[in-house]
Write a protein that binds this ligand. Sequence first.
Ligand code: GDP
Ligand code: MG
Length: 163
Amino acid sequence: ARPIVAIVGRPNVGKSTIFNRIIGDRLAIVEDKPGITRDRIYGTAEWNNIAFSIIDTGGIEIDDEDFILKSIRAQAELAIEEADAIVFMVDAKAGLTPADQEVAELLFRSRKPVIVAVNKVDNIQRQEDVYEFYSLGFGTPIGISGSHGLGIGDLLDTVVENL
Ligand code: GDP
Ligand code: MG
């Protein structure tokens, strides 16, 4: 079976934007999984001749503090269980948050490869916002911009190297 990549992170960091870019630009088929959500959560993609499935874990997000934390934890656990590699997405504009640190702890224990993608690095001036995310402990964070389509190739290079 193809390897599975999961995108995990707080609501609003840009997971679905990146997911759509990855499956939209490089890809092939979106599996039809009726009943899970209205969102397209599962997709397939190919990069450097490596085919993989990709999961956008944030299909259901309700704006309630308690629920958000529970749902992020559930997402992270799902990703840990199913995925061969995890894209942990954070937000350069928001900076590092306690919820990011909580997710990091869960992911750290999984011992799966985790690639930190710092989204909303919309221009070169923002590149410096990436550095604080080194402290999450997963190596070099990769600055990307889902809305401007920047850094996605670098991110995918790193993802497939870890499959
Ligand atoms: P999700 O909740 O993590 O799936 O995030 P979404 O993909 O739904 O995006 C949340 C918001 O962030 C939307 O308003 C997007 O337009 C915005 N967004 C996504 N990517 C970027 C980016 O690279 N830069 C900026 N400035 N905004 C972005
Ligand atoms: Mg989403």
